[in-house]
Design a protein around this ligand. Structure first.
Ligand SMILES: [Zn+2]
Length: 422
């Protein structure tokens, strides 16, 4: 049964006035078309338990808002075939963005989730002035908005992912150790530099966003998942019952700073022995190479480094394989601790951990099986992300477009009610 999807944030008021009910029903129809596919109005009514007149009226409004369109006649229906209605992909657009240690990225999706624009700049953001990084981001966003303008459209929302602790309500980055940022009012900075646009601008933790990208709406295997996202640092996300678990202030999922080795290596956060110091890409490169090695070049981007690691591993380079084995072992040790606490259906390794997954998968499973109390690791399976390094920005774009699924009235009607014209 389709349920109205509330997306990143549970909808607030829960009021029961007519407008709220109407909005919820519009959302219900739109989500049902996304999750269950195109259908006739009659079948939609049956599936949703609403009467046909109500569904016809809701569909008319969604068509008027450009979010739904009529398709061909339904096949195989008993009696008179009904015209099917379907999501109109070009009805709305959302933009995701990501500020990471080595790059700034934007990606726009349409209502059907198709990517319509993707832009990226390589930039070393470590220890950077937030103002300058935001300038780079805003330049990319202007380009992305221009790409949408070519499609005669604009975004409903921009969601910016950042590798740090984000206070979701204020859009402030409390601390981003790898960027060297503290208390940066990122959402308001971006909003101001964009010239206070009419669309929403939000900020969220990039690993939480990556988790959203892995959790497909309507897929029962991906209802309760953990995502361990590896880049230079390690982040994560918990998706419970299909929704991201954020915690009290939105700081949940900082798996990288679980202390797993007391007295171990110094972490970017100032503590020692964090999980990140054992499984982050920097640690892998430290173990696999010496000073002066190509892998340590600051000019090389993340993908190229990971491609090179995979190439060396495939050629049987012992040092690379030993480093990967060590990382895999520690990934498994931490994953077992998380599995004992949360018993997810699936743990998705994403970012660089997904890219080198073929080499570490077996070690992770071995440690998981031996470290989890429940037999067969509690049924938890290890999966590799297929989204590559784009998971966070894809999740950000998904959160952006999900605003329309939560509230279809964000997109204006083509025909205004008469009283609005006077
Ligand atoms: Zn740490």
């Amino acid at each position: 049964m389709a349920q109205p999807r509330e997306g990143w944030h549970a909808a607030g008021s829960g009021g029961s006035d007519q407008g709220t009910v109407r909005r919820a029903n519009l959302a219900l129809v739109l989500c049902s078309l996304r999750d269950g596919g195109a259908r006739s109005r009659a079948r939609l009514a049956g599936d949703l338990g609403l009467n046909k007149g109500t569904v016809s009226s809701l569909v008319s409004e969604l068509i008027d808002r450009g979010l739904v369109r009529e398709g061909s006649a339904e096949r195989g229906a008993v009696g008179r075939p009904g015209t099917i209605v379907e999501i109109n992909g070009t009805g709305a657009f959302g933009i995701g963005a990501e500020i990471n240690v080595q790059h700034v990225t934007t990606l726009a999706v349409d209502l059907a989730g198709q990517t319509v624009s993707e832009r990226r700049t390589t930039v070393d953001t470590r220890g950077s002035d937030p103002d300058q990084v935001v300038d780079r981001l805003v330049k990319l966003l202007h380009g992305t908005v221009a790409d949408l303008a070519d499609l005669h459209a604009g975004p409903v929302s921009v969601v910016v992912g950042v590798a740090g602790l984000v206070d979701h309500d204020s859009g402030t980055v409390s601390v981003a150790p790898n960027l060297g940022w503290q208390d940066v009012p990122l959402a308001s900075l971006v909003r101001t530099k964009l010239g206070d646009p009419s669309y929403l601008v939000e900020v969220a933790n990039e690993a939480n966003l990556a988790a959203v990208a892995e959790a497909t709406p309507g897929d029962p295997d991906r209802r309760d998942i953990l995502v361990i996202h590896g880049e230079v640092g390690i982040g994560g996300g918990i998706v419970s019952d299909g929704r991201p678990l954020q915690g009290r202030l939105g700081f949940a999922g900082e798996f990288g700073h679980m202390v797993v080795e007391r007295g171990g290596r110094r972490c970017g956060c100032g503590r020692t022995g964090c999980w990140e110091t054992l499984i982050g890409l920097s640690r892998l490169i430290d173990m696999a190479s010496d000073e002066g090695d190509l892998l340590r070049s600051p000019d090389l981007d993340l993908e190229t480094k990971v491609d090179e690691i995979n190439r060396r591993a495939a050629s049987g380079d012992r040092r690379t394989l030993a480093a990967l084995h060590e990382v895999g072992r520690w990934v498994g040790i931490g994953a077992a601790a998380l599995t004992n606490a949360l018993n997810p259906g699936m743990i998705v390794l994403s970012g660089y951990l997904g890219e080198v997954g073929a080499w570490i998968h077996a070690d992770v499973e071995t440690e998981l099986a031996s470290g989890v109390l429940a037999p067969d690791a509690g049924g938890t399976r290890i999966a590799l992300s297929e989204l590559g390094f784009s998971a966070a920005v894809r999740g950000a774009a998904a959160v952006a477009i999900n605003h329309v699924y939560d509230d279809p009235t964000l997109v204006p009607r083509a025909t205004q009610p008469l009283e609005a014209l006077s």
